[in-house]
Design a binder for this molecule. Structure first.
Ligand code: NDP
Length: 266
């Protein structure tokens, strides 16, 4: 047996070999979503990337295929029900099945005290962060129930969903909502063998946070609460996505996996 075969057998033995599994990653074309997609293809999964920007989608697919992975991108605005329905149909046509949805697509913004914000700010953030998650989960659950073989839903929330989201209340409300959706689905669909969990990123260096990273005063404040004294990276989410997709997590349901380098316990 070669080293590679031994490693594959070892990964399969603990439910981390994803060969034959198909995973949709919304917002998988950059940042945390792409970090998870890279981990997934390296573990053997086929990945469908859903994102709006077709150029960025294509670059992500090239990167994933460069790792030897099977990947395809589908132009999709998760806030648009017709787009989500079409993207799920295209994913099934291309890959033949679905095993896991990672509902990661999200937007930030709308910073400020509540009286300074408008209801349009709320609509912009919630349409993606909450409605997009709900629409994606509906499409995935319908597919998984039709297949009748169970599956996994992974919803990306945030520390803002469990801590005081000061000057970021609208975003925090959407991310707390994601956790509620997660708990609801974890109980609603367990009988169909579909488990639902959430990943809560801490402070991670991506396009979403590049302004904050560049602000030295803010960065100093953030990393003073991270025992590792650094921002996290998209790579920190690769193995979490693999674990929650693989059969090794088959009894993990309704949980919040915080990936923050210890920020919340400091
Ligand atoms: P990025 O801004 O780097 O990436 C966001 C991703 O979401 C992109 O792939 C983007 O693709 C996609 N996206 C945004 N809106 C839509 C939409 N309407 N339809 C489909 N795709 C969409 O952010 P991160 O990687 O940092 O964030 C990923 C997730 O992690 C988000 O849910 C975020 O809230 C959460 N998070 C991030 C933290 C951080 O510190 N970075 C901390 C806590 C949580 P496109 O623009 O092409 O559509």
């Amino acid at each position: 047996m070669t080293d590679a075969q031994q490693n594959a057998a070892g990964a399969a033995g603990v439910g981390l070999d994803l060969t034959g599994k198909v995973v949709v990653v919304t917002g998988g074309n950059r940042g945390i979503g792409l970090g998870m997609a890279r981990g997934l293809v390296q573990a053997g999964a086929s990945v469908a990337v859903w994102g709006r920007n077709e150029e960025v989608n294509a670059a992500a697919v090239a990167q994933l295929r460069g790792l030897g992975g099977d990947a395809e991108a589908f132009a999709c605005d998760v806030a648009d029900e017709a787009d989500v329905t079409r993207s799920m149909a295209s994913t099934l046509e291309r890959f033949g099945r679905l095993d896991t949805l990672i509902a990661n697509a999200g937007v930030s913004g709308a910073y400020g005290r509540l009286h300074e914000l408008s209801i349009d700010d709320w609509r912009r953030v919630s349409s993606v962060n909450i409605e997009g998650v709900i629409l994606s989960c509906q499409a995935a659950v319908r597919t998984l129930m039709e297949q009748g073989e169970g599956g996994s839903l992974v919803l990306v929330s945030s520390l803002a969903g469990i801590e005081a989201p000061t000057r970021n209340t609208l975003y925090g409300a959407t991310k707390a909502g994601v956790l509620s959706v997660m708990r609801g689905l974890a109980t609603e669909y367990a009988r169909e063998g579909i488990r639902t969990n959430a990943i809560l990123p801490g402070w991670i260096e991506t396009e979403m946070t590049q302004g904050s990273v560049a602000n030295q005063k803010f960065t100093d404040k953030v990393i003073s609460r991270v025992p590792f004294r650094t921002w996290g990276t998209p790579e920190d989410f690769a193995a979490a996505a693999v674990f929650l997709t693989g059969s090794g997590s088959s009894f993990v349901n309704g949980q919040q996996l915080v990936v923050d380098g210890g920020y919340t316990v400091f």
